[in-house]
Design a protein around this ligand. Structure first.
Ligand SMILES: [Zn+2]
Length: 98
């Protein structure tokens, strides 16, 4: 079975939710603060390895930029200045509980 592909991205900035509609009809609704906390860039991963846990994002934190990275996934930039994380599509689906 081929993995579901993203078909549409909708960023609800006011509510802080990134919505992804997939080719199998499922919809992921991902909170901006959650996405920030689940960042897997080298810096955040190192922080986890050191046992410091993920950076707790406050509820007001928002995505400020969304870029696709080829067909791989998304690069997300946040209002706290953090923007190095790449979020593969499979990881985004997983974060949405699908
Ligand atoms: Zn990070």
């Amino acid at each position: 079975m081929t993995p579901a592909a993203p078909e549409a991205l909708t960023d609800h900035r006011l509510g802080g939710v990134l919505e992804i509609r997939w080719s199998d009809g499922q919809v992921s609704r991902l909170g901006h603060p959650l996405l920030r906390e689940r960042c897997r860039c080298a810096g955040c991963e190192q922080q986890r390895r050191q046992g410091l846990g993920p950076t707790a994002a406050n509820a007001q934190l928002r995505l400020v930029q969304i870029d696709t990275v080829g067909t791989m996934g998304l690069n997300l930039q946040f209002s706290d200045g953090h923007g190095r994380g790449i979020y593969p599509w499979a990881y985004l689906r997983q974060l949405g509980g699908l």
